[in-house]
Design a protein around this ligand. Structure first.
Ligand SMILES: NC(=O)c1ccc[n+]([C@@H]2O[C@H](COP(=O)([O-])OP(=O)(O)OC[C@H]3O[C@@H](n4cnc5c(N)ncnc54)[C@H](O)[C@@H]3O)[C@@H](O)[C@H]2O)c1
Length: 254
């Protein structure tokens, strides 16, 4: 452990898989006590086991991030167990490729999980952070927040664009409470879980045609995103709020 998050208590949503799982492991290694929120307890257990093996502390709460009651229960359990809340990482999210481009129900479903969840988690976490006197919130958005895409379902980019702007609204609103709010925008990464547990095509295959548009010539790794999240969550970023950290191998530059 190197201790960049020593003494801090963090909630990480969607921490059972992918980038969230990498963030849980890295936060715990850096000394934070972590509460993992996810709908997939089966995937969370190996993440908790890894943290335990590495000498860290993490617990799990089954939460659907679009459900406010779930959030209330999970935040209360976290503060009962660890005494405070310093950091919230709003990482849980779903891809929209498998949803109907023209269905209002599908549109609302994706918005609820990718965006409304961030609003719910943030407003509840802020109450606890005010008690501490400071806090850091990191919202996992996407390069899709900042660009258009002719192939993907537009609701994905819209939901992530809203997360980007909501981050700025919150940075403005909560600065007086010494609560910092920033967004992280990953580019092409290992692929997200698919709707109805459909098999995931590896990113190297799915994004083959994108490779030459990435200056660094490869997809990113989950740890490369987690490093950025740890930085923004930590006191090293004490004068950074309302900013976006793009982690995309340079994709948006071209
Ligand atoms: N993978 C990429 O290429 C990529 C790129 C840019 C941004 N992102 C964003 O990064 C975040 C993490 O992506 P990932 O690739 O690690 O995804 P992932 O699918 O591997 O993991 C997402 C986690 O969120 C959980 N989750 C999904 N819906 C939930 C809900 N309603 N309530 C609670 N938990 C829920 C899943 O069970 C899973 O554990 C997402 O917000 C995603 O939109 C991903």
């Amino acid at each position: 452990m190197t201790g960049r998050l020593n003494g801090k208590v963090a909630i990480i949503s969607g921490g059972a898989n992918g980038m969230g799982a990498a963030e849980v492991a890295m936060f715990a290694k850096e000394g934070a006590k972590v509460c993992v929120l996810d709908v997939r307890e089966d995937l969370a257990q190996p993440v908790l086991d890894r943290v335990g093996r590495e000498g860290g502390t993490a617990i799990f709460e089954r939460v659907d991030v679009s459900n406010e009651d779930d959030w209330v229960r999970a935040i209360s359990k976290t503060t009962q167990k660890f005494g405070r809340l310093d950091i919230l990482v709003n990482n849980a999210g779903i891809g929209a490729r498998d949803y109907d481009f023209e269905s209002v129900d599908d549109w609302n479903h994706v918005m609820k999980i990718n965006m409304t969840s961030v609003f719910i988690g943030t407003k509840l976490a802020v109450k606890e952070m005010r008690r501490v006197g400071k806090g850091s919130i990191v919202n996992i958005a996407s390069i899709a927040s900042l660009s258009g895409d002719a192939v993907n379902n537009p609701v994905y980019g819209v939901s992530k664009g809203a997360v980007w702007n909501y981050t700025k609204q919150c940075a403005a609103m909560y600065g007086k409470d010494n609560i910092r709010v920033n967004s992280v925008h990953p580019g092409f990464m290992p692929r997200m879980l698919q709707k109805d547990n459909k098999p995931v095509v590896p990113s190297e295959v799915a994004f083959k045609d994108k490779m030459e548009q990435i200056p660094l010539g490869r997809i990113g790794t989950v740890d490369e995103v987690a490093y950025g999240v740890v930085f923004l969550a930590s006191d090293e970023a004490s004068y950074i709020t309302g900013t976006e950290l793009v982690i995309d191998g340079g994709f948006l530059v071209l």
